[in-house]
Design a binder for this molecule. Structure first.
Ligand code: GLN
Length: 539
């Protein structure tokens, strides 16, 4: 087939945020991929931060780590889970990165004596980055999601970049607006006026949407589609209903029920090369019928007023993928570790759990409670999976209560401990001293070699693995022999730097701690081997 001109789809939000724009963008990627196109998704965030690594997770959600160590917005996780795209820096753009690059170039005299202006130099840099992602990945279609909603001041330069691209190549640039239709409880009917207003705001930026995805509680009524169609001069088939769903994995399937793929391909003048969402349709149907429940506790600390869902989204989805593969419905129970510190009697609520996960985290708050949970899980033989901080917690607990090193700790949590079983990584010391924090942790994919007598080796079915990291502290090798001799198996090592990557408690059904983040690599139809083995041990 003749190589097509790359196409660019921009996904913008109308009315309000948190209505699933990220999952919609991921679903668009998934659908176009299933039609035989090479797709890359990009997330643009409006903040001046260079990346998401320095942002509080309780407010902004998980920091998703890409293969090359980029610390990005959680939406890259959605893209990766839906399309299998391997996320790297090219998939993530922030206002901070754009300005930093323009200013760097100005300082290097790269503007040839011209004055550097917000317009067009900032939009031009946004366009350059989007095109660079297309070229590096040889993509047919780039789906670029803009964070936030139209009408926000900080979105202006991104919209301007998209408008400029459209003006330069009208045949290659398209817009999908994800809007929201509220159903006020007093009226009981859907209202389209906020969406109409959002479309007009987008128009005033010089942009006409090609497709409107209407997020709503229920299916969008025909009469409403007619109204929106008239107001924004779009064929009715381009107004797509996107009602609330049982699971996010229903979304691409539902979009297809409304003929989304064929409609957008037609708009772009492209043909479907193949149709391949059958496995996904089967999967979305299967998970609805799973009955048997398992109770999994996640010991959190980044609670906000709603839930921890966004903060631990990759962990939750990894649990889902693995549980569904075992035909189990996971029931996630949030455990607040600070509660156990206040009253250890509260620990008895752990009895009802089939398994416990201690996920990643930073800082001292709540960690004593986590250590109590690890002790409870070890003594009561409840399966325990420690992710990054959770591995460090497992090690501290083991050192304190099995080796008798009562003040064992991590240097991060108690700099004065006389038994730093978790210590500062050598190359981090200078960074911490000079407060050089942004993007400087041990980040991204690193290799590990597994020992053949380990649970982990059995789970992966191979000796050499690669997983993504995000940490400053590490297992202290000075305690390795002692811990090993007392029943802590060293199951995985990074040979290049002699770093312990996985520990396992012997004589326990399943107590494993990993220094990396396996949750970033789990996919719905390809659960992560360690999550798969963890869930298997629960029943
Ligand atoms: N705070 C710990 C460290 O930096 C663990 C990090 C994490 O859980 N991602 O080593």
């Amino acid at each position: 087939m003749k190589k097509i001109n790359p196409k660019y789809i921009f996904v913008v939000g109308g009315v309000m945020s948190s209505v699933g724009k990220g999952v919609a963008a991921a679903s668009i990627g998934k659908i176009l991929q299933s039609k035989g196109y090479r797709v890359e998704n990009i997330k643009c965030d409006m903040y001046v931060n260079i990346d998401a690594g320095t942002i509080r997770p309780a407010e902004h959600g998980e920091v998703f780590v890409g293969e090359d160590g980029v610390e990005a917005d959680q939406d890259l996780g959605n893209y990766e889970r839906f399309t299998g795209q391997i996320s790297t820096r090219e998939n993530y753009i922030t206002t901070g990165q754009v300005y930093q690059e323009v200013i760097r170039r100005e300082r290097n005299l790269e503007y040839g004596g011209e004055d550097v202006e917000v317009v067009p130099d900032i939009p031009n840099e946004i366009i350059r980055r989007i095109k660079e992602c297309q070229q590096k990945n040889n993509a047919d279609i780039i789906v670029t999601e803009f964070g936030g909603t139209v009408g926000e001041y900080q979105l202006v330069l991104f919209l301007e970049a998209a408008r400029m691209m459209k003006a330069q190549n009208p045949q290659d640039v398209y817009f999908v607006m994800v809007s929201y239709l509220p159903t006020p409880s007093l009226l009981g009917e859907q209202k389209s006026k906020p969406t109409q207003t959002a479309i007009r705001i987008l128009n005033s930026a010089g942009i006409i949407p090609d497709i409107i995805l209407c997020r709503a509680r229920d299916k969008v009524a025909d009469s409403i589609k007619n109204t929106i169609s008239t107001v924004c001069s779009l064929d009715k088939e381009r107004i797509i209903s996107a009602p609330d769903v049982y699971s996010i994995y229903d979304i691409p399937v539902n979009f297809e029920k409304e003929n989304f793929g064929a409609t957008i391909l037609k708009a772009m003048g492209l043909k479907s090369k193949k149709s391949g969402m059958k496995d996904w349709e089967k999967f979305s149907k299967k998970i609805k019928n799973i009955k048997k429940e398992i109770n999994i506790g996640i010991v959190g600390k980044y609670f906000n007023f709603k839930s921890c869902r966004d903060t631990y989204i990759s962990v939750i989805e990894s649990i889902n993928h693995a549980s569904w593969a075992h035909n189990k419905r996971p029931n996630i129970i949030w455990l607040d570790s600070e509660k156990y510190e206040k009253d250890p009697k509260e620990l008895k609520e752990l009895k009802k759990l089939n398994g416990i996960i201690v996920p990643g985290g930073f800082g001292k708050r709540g960690t004593e409670g986590m250590i109590m949970v690890a002790e409870y899980a070890r003594k009561n033989k409840i399966p325990y999976f420690g992710l990054c901080l959770g591995m460090q917690i497992l090690t501290i607990e083991f050192a304190r209560n099995v080796l008798g090193l009562t003040d064992a700790n991590s240097i991060e949590l108690n700099p004065k401990t006389t038994n730093p079983v978790i210590c500062t990584m050598e190359d981090q010391k200078d960074k911490i001293r000079t407060k050089n924090y942004g993007g400087t942790m041990r980040l991204g994919a690193c290799l590990a070699r597994l020992s053949e007598d380990s649970l982990s080796f059995r789970a992966y079915g191979k000796k050499n693995i690669s997983e993504r990291h995000r940490h400053r502290y590490e297992f202290n090798n000075e305690y390795k022999e002692d811990l090993k001799n007392n029943g802590l198996r060293i199951a995985g090592i990074n040979i290049q730097r002699n770093l312990v990557e996985i520990v396992e408690v012997e004589n326990h059904p399943w107590m494993v701690g990993v220094q990396f983040h396996p949750e970033f690599k789990s996919q719905p139809l390809k659960p992560h081997p360690l999550f798969y083995d963890f869930i298997k041990s629960l029943y």
